[in-house]
Design a protein around this ligand. Structure first.
Ligand SMILES: Cc1ncc(COP(=O)(O)O)c(C=O)c1O
Length: 416
């Protein structure tokens, strides 16, 4: 990942919308909404006002008692979820602990132990979720057992692990999971956790049919399907959740990041009724259900859960994708452009024929973007040759245009 000293030295003084400002007053456009979590931009006024108002009444309460913003948020989360999800808990303190909680809930319910995850996935950074994640480099320095976790191929369509293409492949990656269940597992698989669009692993978008087939397999094998919607949730795809975009009903959804709207720390597990048997002391954290964060999340959902708003996300995303498709005609180093709504990735290659990845060029693009005051991020996950475009969802069309013009200027500098 590109981490120049220059970026480390960048000291930000303030932020508003998609913009960040350093001490000298230089303006940067953040193409990534922080870590894809500022769904409504820096210092969103409506959210800040709501939090300020709440902070006059109650700032924190042990989650053993109920506070109005917490109850309201749980109700709203259920309201916007696929209809099979009728329970919500916010007693977690981030994406990693939400995912860990979902895995525990599955184990508690079905009394099984194994977990299936995917290569190149990023589902958290606690020691357990690090293990469940699909990248060796982050596990290497540490020593903890990998037992009971199996990693499978994610449908990386641009580089199909089976050298096939969709739809001819008939979603062979699901057949591989079935093979594992039949011949590799202990016959004790409790849950399968998947990012509906693999975020850090290179913005991989499976075909819709993949999820139909996966859901069917999970049902047949009594495996709880967990959607890690920590990046895809809360409007990022132009639907409230990816589950709605892919038209599939997972048994649980975890959400965090964008739920905080303007950077407030909040996460939740949405689940089917059957999981509501685990006592909360098995998974609750001091700062879970934080009253101020729940207030921010309520305001965030009030704004995003609106068809006009979601339409804007889809249209802004389409505009960016169209511009990127045109860039593809112009720059041979763009191998693939893929996205849904405002979750977009651009894969950089040395050669379109061989698809050899170009990590150095990807880093250089991020570096020159930074010099042009455009904050772009790449990822250590996956091959490291994908840069992402995931701005705040309320980015205006004019801002999209300015952002893409700047990006074009950066990419031009590698050609002309
Ligand atoms: C898809 C996904 N899942 C889980 C996590 C972990 O979330 P947190 O950093 O809030 O623990 C992340 C964080 O980047 C993520 O992108």
């Amino acid at each position: 990942m590109f981490r120049s000293d220059e970026i480390k030295d960048l000291e930000i003084e303030k932020g508003t919308g998609i913009y960040l400002y350093d001490k000298e007053g230089n303006q940067f456009i953040d193409c990534e909404a922080g870590t894809f979590n500022l769904s409504l931009g820096y210092c969103n006024k409506e959210i800040v006002d709501a939090v300020n108002e709440q902070s006059q009444k109650l700032t924190h309460l042990t989650s053993s008692y109920l506070a109005e913003p917490v109850v309201r948020l749980a109700k709203k989360l259920i309201d916007i979820s696929p209809k099979n999800l009728t329970r919500a808990t916010t007693k977690v303190c981030g994406g990693s602990t939400a995912n860990e909680g979902a895995i525990k809930l599955a184990q508690y319910y079905n009394k099984k132990s194994e977990v299936i995850s995917f290569y190149r996935s990023h589902v958290g950074q606690t020691i357990y979720m690090q293990n469940v994640s699909g990248n060796s480099f982050r596990k290497e320095p540490f020593h903890f057992p990998q037992s009971d976790i199996a990693h499978m191929n994610y449908p990386y369509c641009y580089r199909c692990p089976y050298n096939s293409t969709y739809p001819e492949c008939q979603c062979k990656c699901v057949d591989e999971i079935e093979e594992y269940l039949n011949y590799g597992s202990t016959g004790n698989v409790s849950s399968l956790i998947i990012e509906p669009i693999q975020g850090n692993g290179g913005n991989q978008i499976p075909p819709k049919e993949y999820y139909k087939k996966l859901k069917k397999l999970c049902e047949e094998c009594h495996i709880e399907l967990i959607f890690d919607e920590i990046q895809t949730g809360i409007g990022r795809l132009g639907t409230m959740f990816a589950a709605q975009y892919f038209d599939v009903e997972p048994n649980m959804i975890t959400t965090a990041k964008g739920l905080g709207g303007s950077g407030y720390q909040i996460a939740a597990i949405l689940m089917e009724e059957k999981f509501n048997i685990m006592e909360s002391h098995f998974h609750s954290f001091t700062y879970g259900s934080n009253v101020l964060s729940c207030t921010a999340a309520n305001k965030t959902l009030e704004i995003i859960d609106n068809e006009e708003f979601l339409k804007h996300v889809r249209e802004a995303g389409n505009y960016i994708l169209e511009r990127l498709e045109k860039f593809k005609d112009k720059y041979s180093f763009i191998g693939d452009v893929r996205g849904v709504g405002l979750m977009i990735g651009v894969e950089i290659v040395k050669d379109r024929e061989t698809k050899e990845s170009d990590v150095e060029l990807t880093k250089e693009i991020a570096k020159r973007a930074f010099q042009n005051r455009l904050l772009l991020r790449t990822s250590l996950y996956g091959l490291g040759n994908v840069f992402k475009i995931r701005p705040s969802l309320n980015i205006t069309f004019e801002e999209c245009e300015v952002m893409m013009d700047k990006l074009e200027k950066v990419l031009d500098s590698f050609v002309y």
